[in-house]
Design a protein around this ligand. Sequence first.
Ligand code: SME
Length: 161
Amino acid sequence: MAEELHINQQVSKEEKYQELIPQLSALVSGENDPIANLANLMAALKQTFNFWWVGVYVAKNDELVLGPFQGPIACTRIKKGKGVCGTAWQEAKTIIVPDVDQFPGHIACSSLSKSEIVIPIFNKNKEVIMVIDVDSEKLADFDQIDEIYLNKIANLISDFV
Ligand code: SME
């Protein structure tokens, strides 16, 4: 496909996700390199929603290691069970944090980050192999709409990594 996204910026967040997801499938369908695909998916999310920070962390031994992302530089390694990302990995579930200052052990990569959502990505054996982390400079910026559609994107990633 042409390397161009078509997203109407005047519609709701849910409609933007609905426009985006088929384009993401098309974007990754012609390429089998996981880093190239992850890099483009994170760029597409940034371009569509202008998230403050969006990226993946990859599970390696007992740590998450920074993968492709868009936004300011970030911490490179997070131990299992630490921060929002390490907790989402340990509990193998999506975590929405409306106010990061209220989350015990939150890892502040940027003091401007105010709310966060982390989505686990599973392999065929239902093990967490990565997480998607999205940060906002606004409080309570993520809800069930983000959870539903970012989980669809997590499933798309499971198919090529
Ligand atoms: N805040 C995350 C760390 C990663 S950065 O925000 C990019 C956490 O608590 O896991």
